[in-house]
Design a protein. Structure first.
Lengths: 113, 114
């Protein structure tokens, strides 16, 4: 069965304290792995797509990496405005042209000044 | 225009009411989605439309009825809902269901059923 697991569930950091969020997955026919940021009461905001093991992408203080079994979202010198829930999702091939996005449960990040 | 617009932002309805949620995008995306998100939970897929045709229904109760009038619009018609249907309803779009490009989400409609 397809599964996406994120850890930790919650993370509290001091401003400037770097850390990493983990997303491990088991899925057949992986088409892509996505990272989203979600603020309370808002829709998810797209951050990155990773397609193959070894791939890395960066955006400001965020860097996403991908292996065959997991992805990491590294946050370097975070600021309070980075506080949000970070969602990982995988797109699984389901035959024909129909794919399905499967979300993990998210990591709630709080960055204190 | 790189946005998905959802209306209304908030909706309170009684269990005997009929209401509709609306979603609009002008990015030329041909796949559109409805997701339901409960508090502190990830989004759960409800429906997928591909080229205005329903391609996935995740065993959603019939009190939720989706409609895709054209390639830019997606509606979700609500009837005889239950309090447990209260949630954030998210609309998303992508180039096509087979695309590896990121899905663009709207800000959601916060639905409360009383």
């Amino acid at each position: 069965e397809d599964q996406v697991t994120q850890s930790p569930e919650a993370l509290r950091l001091q401003e400037g304290e770097s850390s990493s969020l983990n997303c491990s997955y088991t899925v057949s026919g992986l088409r892509g792995l996505f990272w989203y940021r979600q603020d309370p009461g808002k829709g998810p905001e797209f951050l990155f797509t990773l397609y193959s093991a070894g791939e890395e992408k960066e955006k400001e203080r965020l860097k996403a990496t991908l292996t065959k079994k997991e992805s990491f979202l590294h946050i370097t010198a975070p600021k309070p405005e980075d506080s949000a829930t970070y969602l990982c999702a995988v797109q699984a091939f389901r035959g024909g042209a129909t794919n399905k996005l499967i979300f993990g449960t998210g990591t709630l990040l709080a960055v204190q000044p | 225009d790189t946005e998905v617009t959802q209306t209304p932002k908030h909706l309170v309805m009684g269990m005997t009411n009929k209401k509709s949620l609306k979603c609009e995008q002008h990015m030329g995306h041909r796949a559109m989605y409805w997701y339901k998100q409960k508090a502190k939970k990830p989004p759960e897929l409800m429906f997928v439309y591909s080229y205005e045709k329903l391609s996935i229904n995740e065993s959603v109760p019939s009190r939720f009825s989706p409609e895709c009038p054209n390639s830019s619009l997606l509606n979700l018609h609500l009837h005889a809902l239950q309090p447990e249907d209260s949630a954030l309803y998210l609309c998303a779009s992508s180039h096509r269901t087979g695309s590896n490009y990121g899905y663009t989400f709207g800000s959601g409609t916060r639905l409360t059923v009383v």
